[in-house]
Structures are given as structure tokens and as C-alpha cells.
Design a protein around this ligand. Structure first.
Ligand SMILES: [Mn+2]
Length: 325
């Protein structure tokens, strides 16, 4: 396992008694899992930890240990000795939790996004880590603490989510080293694997059906584009979390090297999820549009209705595909 490098960050955690913790908006399994693992770890060391997310915990993660204690920013009160964000690539990603984070006397962060500008006072950022959860495991090791089965569930959620259940390019030997440690706690892998990676809600399947019905092939079949519209959400009785991971279906087709999922959640809000395989970079396209992420997976939100937003995204994708071909 790789070492946790920032010793000042570790010292701040040791010194703090009351810790505020937050993660990114539209939280995924790594956001919630890494935050809850860190919460359980520090509570095990006798600290008072307040975990916060600007958006509600998605239903799939609501049964994780400690998930019922995650507050929205409006419900947070009291003073803190330190604040720590996890898995949040920049301050904007923290959403409404940012004021509490910024007001803390010491700001810390753990993240794995290459575009992270190191916005905290002490940063532990490893763009090579497949998940923020991997860095939390390094922290556990650095603090000399042991992994409980509850922490194992949270870290398994974090790492298996961000590695596509140990199948994406970012999956590395350390991910399996960590899994080996987690397995030793006896956590119920078959239950959690089924819960996290196989079970789907009816709302998700309805949104997937809408997205697939609009699947379009461009660039001789190397690019796919899918979209969902505000009226789809209304008809399906769905929320934005029900569209999570739909983007990946655009890649499940031979010959596709880039896919774009336009997720229009409101009349003038369109969120893009981008996926790419070499020689293309999802990150370059996202950055060109004002967003960020990784080479293989990136995203951006455009404050435009779907049609205009898709036209703008296609300009940036076309540029990428023509330059990199
Ligand atoms: Mn992550």
C-alpha cells in the first residue's frame, strides 16, 4: 500500500477534537463511502465528527454504516477545530457546505482528481489513486488504526464504485491490496456487491430506457450521444440520482471510443458525463467546456437547455476527436 504523505494533515487530525467533514455535490459511492469511512475512523479515536453533504445521500448508500448521520449544511451547528473534504475536486464541488468548510480554523482535504487546485490548507491529493477511499485506507494505516467491518463496507463502496467494480483502467494493485485487508474484517461482500452493483430502481430503468431510445452514433460509430430531458424525469417520477451510470451504456458497444451523456435536469441545466478511451481524453473535453475530471471519465454542467448544451458539447468533442485521431 502507498504511504499517506502529508504528515501535517495527519497531525491536524490528531490535534482536532471536533471535525467537520464534507464531500462533493451529487455524491457517488466514493464521496459517501470515503467520508463515512473517515468519520468512523476518527470517531473510533474519540473525536466528534459531523459529516455533511449539500445533496441528500442517494438511496443506494442510505444503508451504509453512519449514513443516517450525514447532515445537510443547514442542519450543521457548533464550532469545529478542523474541516476536511473528501473526493471534492474543487471548492465549487462542495456546494453549500463550502461556507462551513471555509470558516474552520484549519482546512484539510483528501482527493484523487488531477484537476484539484489544492484548495485546502493541507492537501493529500493523489491523482493516481483509483478512489478517495484508497487514500482514506492509507490514512488508517498512517494513524495505526484498525479497519472495522463497518469501515470495510464504506471503503468497499468507495473503491468498487470508482473502479467500476474493479474493472476500469484505474484499478491497480493497491486496490486489491486494500480489498484483501477489507475482506479480513469479514464484511458481507456478496450482500454489498449485489446491493451496490446489481440492484436497480424502477426509476433508474425508466431513465435508462429514455436515454437508450435517443442513442445516436457519430464519427463512424466511435462516438455515442445519449440524452435525458426534464420531461423524462417528470414522466418517470425520477430524480437526478436515478440517471447515475447511464453514461456507461454508451461505451458498451464495439468500436465506441468516446461517449457523451447529456442529462438535462431542468429547463436550463444540462449536466454532461463523458467517457473516453485512448487516444481520446474526456478530461480535455470537460476542461474545454469549463468542467473537469479524469482522462477516462469527466463531466461538466452547462447552464443551457438540452439542445443548445448538446450543440456546445459536440463542438468540443468534435475538436477532440479530429485532433486526436
Ligand atoms: Mn472519487
Amino acid at each position: 500500500m502507498k504511504p499517506f504523505l502529508n504528515e501535517r494533515l495527519i497531525q491536524h487530525l490528531k490535534d482536532a477534537r471536533r471535525i467537520f467533514m464534507c464531500t462533493h455535490i451529487s455524491p457517488d459511492g466514493d464521496a459517501i463511502g470515503s467520508m463515512l469511512a473517515a468519520k468512523l475512523l476518527l470517531e473510533g479515536m474519540g473525536k466528534a465528527v459531523t459529516a455533511c453533504c449539500a445533496d441528500p445521500v442517494p438511496a443506494a448508500y442510505a444503508i451504509l454504516p453512519g449514513a443516517n448521520e450525514v447532515l445537510t449544511p443547514g442542519a450543521v451547528s457548533g464550532e469545529f477545530d478542523a474541516a476536511m473534504s473528501l473526493d471534492a475536486a474543487d471548492l465549487a464541488r462542495i456546494g453549500a457546505s463550502v461556507n462551513i468548510f471555509q470558516a474552520a480554523p484549519v482546512r484539510l482535504q483528501i482527493d484523487h482528481h488531477g484537476t484539484n487546485p489544492a484548495y485546502a490548507d493541507e492537501n493529500e491529493i493523489d491523482a493516481d489513486a483509483p478512489a478517495a477511499g484508497c487514500i482514506v485506507m492509507r490514512l488508517i494505516r498512517a494513524l495505526g488504526q484498525s479497519v472495522t467491518s463497518e469501515i470495510a463496507v464504506c471503503l468497499y463502496t468507495a473503491i468498487s464504485t470508482d473502479t467500476g467494480n474493479f474493472s476500469f483502467q484505474n484499478t491497480d494493485p493497491e486496490a486489491f491490496e486494500i480489498m484483501s485487508e477489507l475482506m479480513k474484517t469479514g464484511f458481507d461482500l456478496p450482500f454489498w456487491a449485489r446491493h451496490l452493483h446489481l440492484m436497480k430502481s424502477p426509476e433508474h430503468l425508466r431513465m435508462l430506457s429514455c436515454a437508450l431510445s435517443r442513442l445516436t452514433f457519430l464519427h463512424e460509430g466511435r462516438l455515442t450521444v445519449m440524452s435525458v430531458l426534464p420531461q423524462d424525469y417528470a414522466q418517470a417520477g425520477a430524480r437526478p440520482e436515478h440517471s447515475e451510470n447511464i453514461v456507461n451504456y454508451g461505451m458498451y458497444i464495439p468500436g465506441v471510443r468516446f461517449c457523451c451523456f447529456a442529462n438535462s435536469t431542468g429547463e436550463s441545466v444540462t449536466k454532461f458525463s463523458l467517457r473516453a478511451m485512448p487516444p481520446y481524453s474526456a478530461q480535455r473535453v470537460a476542461v474545454r467546456l469549463g468542467g473537469g475530471g479524469h482522462e477516462a471519465a469527466a463531466g461538466v454542467t452547462l447552464k443551457l437547455p438540452a439542445e443548445q448544451a448538446i450543440a456546445a458539447a459536440l463542438d468540443a468533442i468534435n475538436e477532440e476527436m479530429e485532433k486526436s485521431s
